[in-house]
Design a binder for this molecule. Sequence first.
Ligand code: SF4
Length: 220
Amino acid sequence: MKPDFDLTKVLNRIEEAIRPFPKAAMFDLFERGYNSLFEQLISCIISIRTLDETTIPVSERLFAVARTPEQLLTLDASTLADLLYGTQYPEQKAYTMLGIAHRIVEEFEGRLPADFQTLTSLKGVGPKCANLALGVAEGKAGISVDVHVHRVTNRWGYVQTRQPEQTLKVLETKVPGERWIDINRLLMPFGKYICTGTLPHCSTCPVREWCEQVGVTRHR
Ligand code: SF4
């Protein structure tokens, strides 16, 4: 018989367990000084279908040349795609970024408003990147559900959902607002290094006592 799920204890245990591992890319970039909302949004676009190990150096390569919408607009699409080399879909991401920079300059006088509706109205920006950028850069409560958050919370039995969008809706009703940003900060590395997609490390997992291990048939 499992004890009642205690989110505070679970997150505290995970905080300790992930300490030896690298931080999630956007939190890492924030600590490196790339902490504006625009930079965080651009890094999140770089991170789409791209490993953190690539997202971080590619972001730094781009920010060495352009850190603001105005600076980004001095690049043509082909130069920008070259700077994004190594990520998935560099050409598409270059067009997306130029479109975003253009709108920020034209509509918002170069300053991106820290607001979910505005961010998600930008072509190519979904709830995941909007919430993550707002959370990391602005400290605004928001849950960003990536593959790790979706997988881990379903394995716990904390949510029972098929799509990340559904997971987001359920988590918003169950997780206290002051822990929303921790969901990303903690579960991304936890899902990457401990509750891995295949063969999760259940035998040494610090939160196993609360976890229903839904769908886990084999583990380490
Ligand atoms: S017990 Fe296994 S499935 Fe559950 S959180 Fe830990 S690693 Fe993931």
